[in-house]
Ligand binder design. Structure first.
Ligand SMILES: Nc1ncnc2c1ncn2[C@@H]1O[C@H](COP(=O)(O)OP(=O)(O)O)[C@@H](O)[C@H]1O
Ligand SMILES: [Mg+2]
Length: 425
């Protein structure tokens, strides 16, 4: 089959690495791709917001199956347009992508179907939102309704900050994403990411992971797109997974089908594991980044037939096999990230780093510059390793990192610390 993968980050490099190894793949094209993905596939320039151009590329290269990486094109309806043009595509239609595209939509769906989540209200103007925040008191969580690239959630220290956040959103500080606002209860517990593969009818538990959002060691400093992750998440015991499926994922699938928007693709539940059990923080409608990097290292089965079964509504009798191992990824970012940073510095030692047992290096933001690899983004590399335990995977990842020569970059040195602490105890 001729496969087209849309996207250009570390998530897509990990997907490309796995798809390239599929028995069904004859040709893999990544658009736009990056320097690392060019090792697994052919990369082609493409503007993902131009759906006509995406369809034209599919026609030119006789694409049999399309895999969409990022949320932007999904929420913009790229699957609807590709399917209408006759190209089978993995991922949700626009109507189902609302689960990520509108936090208010998901909150209403939870309320209507008794899915455990934080208590909330939705607002379309500042004054009622502020009155509600005052009435609820601290702590509280303020969220822009739409896609905000990880910048749409504010947990204020006090009411003054809460009111400032509300004003900022309604003043257009986050663009159209902040035209509506959700204010919700602050949940206490341990966070986990849970992934289920869905075909509109059936949801197949995929895997769990935990990530590190803060830029600094000890989970300090500003939020980022994610500085590392590991899988499985120790907190997702078989019992917690079963509860997540029956209390959250299955009722969501049922409700989406009932409203004529069946969910196909990968449903990524951001969970808070509270003393009362799992509660839904949010849904994403695509694979996580950097969680996918660790999931792909743990997945033994061929990924492509699973994605095709999701598209074709054939997951009911499907089975996936996993290595019993853990996996961990450490993000290497450009100095200054998540603030201002420079592009174009040279990265050396990648081949030597990749020789460490169990290690795969996925590129998140790189460019080939002659024979050299240069940085081309904030998050630049995902140094990923498998091991019998999280501790072993962590040791291997850092051994690889110590072989990478990139003075203009940095990483956290403690990715996986909670799981390593648990393993030691
Ligand atoms: N109700 C809540 N209680 C406590 N923390 C929350 C709550 N909602 C969100 N958070 C925190 O904020 C982060 C981002 O929120 P989320 O809804 O996942 O938005 P996004 O990923 O789109 O930025 C979460 O990972 C979590 O750490
Ligand atoms: Mg989130």
């Amino acid at each position: 089959m001729n496969i087209l993968l849309l996207g250009s980050g570390g998530r897509e490099h990990a997907l490309a690495w796995k798809l390239a190894s599929s028995a069904l793949t004859d040709r893999l094209i990544c658009a736009p791709g990056n320097a690392g993905m060019a090792r697994e596939a052919e990369c082609m320039a493409l503007d993902l917001t131009d759906h006509a151009a995406v369809i034209a590329l599919c026609k030119t290269h006789k694409i049999d199956f399309v895999v969409v990486g990022p949320e932007g094109p999904l929420v913009a309806g790229v699957v609807d347009d590709l399917e209408a043009a006759g190209f089978r595509t993995f991922g949700p239609m626009k109507s189902a992508a609302q689960l990520e595209g509108s936090k208010g939509f998901t909150k209403d769906l939870c309320r209507a179907n008794n899915i455990p989540t934080a208590a909330y209200e939705r607002f379309t103007s500042a004054e009622p939102a502020k009155a509600y925040a005052r009435k609820q008191g601290m702590p509280i969580v303020i969220k822009a309704d739409g896609l905000a690239a990880g910048k749409g959630v504010i947990i204020p220290q006090d009411l003054t900050e809460a009111e400032a956040a509300i004003d900022m959103m309604f003043a257009g500080g986050l663009g159209a994403a902040g035209a509506e606002v959700v204010i919700e209860e602050f949940l206490v517990g341990e966070e986990a990411s849970f992934f289920a593969l869905c075909d509109g009818e059936t949801a197949l538990p995929f895997a769990s992971a935990q990530d590190h959002k803060r830029v600094g060691d000890g989970d300090t400093g500003p939020n980022t797109g994610g500085m590392g992750a590991y899988s499985p998440a120790p907190v997702m015991t078989p019992e917690m997974t079963a509860r997540t499926m029956s209390e959250i994922i299955v009722p969501t699938m049922r409700a989406m089908k009932a409203m004529g928007a069946p969910f196909k693709g990968v449903l990524f539940a951001g969970l808070m594991i509270t003393k009362d059990g799992p509660k839904l923080i949010e849904y994403n409608v695509r694979f996580g980044d950097p969680e996918t990097q660790v999931l792909m290292l743990r997945l033994m089965s061929d990924l492509l037939p699973a994605l095709i079964a999701s598209r074709d509504g054939q997951l009911k009798s499907f089975d996936l096999r996993w290595y019993p191992d853990a996996a961990l990824t450490v993000v290497m970012a450009a100095n200054g990230y998540p603030g201002d940073y420079k592009r174009g510095s040279v990265i050396e030692g990648l081949d030597a780093a990749g020789e460490i047992e169990g290690v795969e290096i996925f590129h998140a933001g790189t460019k080939a510059d002659g024979g050299r690899i240069t940085s081309n983004g904030g998050r630049v590399l995902d140094v990923t390793a498998r091991g019998k335990t999280v501790s072993e995977a962590q040791a291997r990842a850092y051994q690889a990192i110590d072989r990478i020569k990139w003075p203009e970059g940095f990483c956290r040195r403690d990715i996986g610390w909670q799981a390593v602490k648990r393993e030691k105890a």
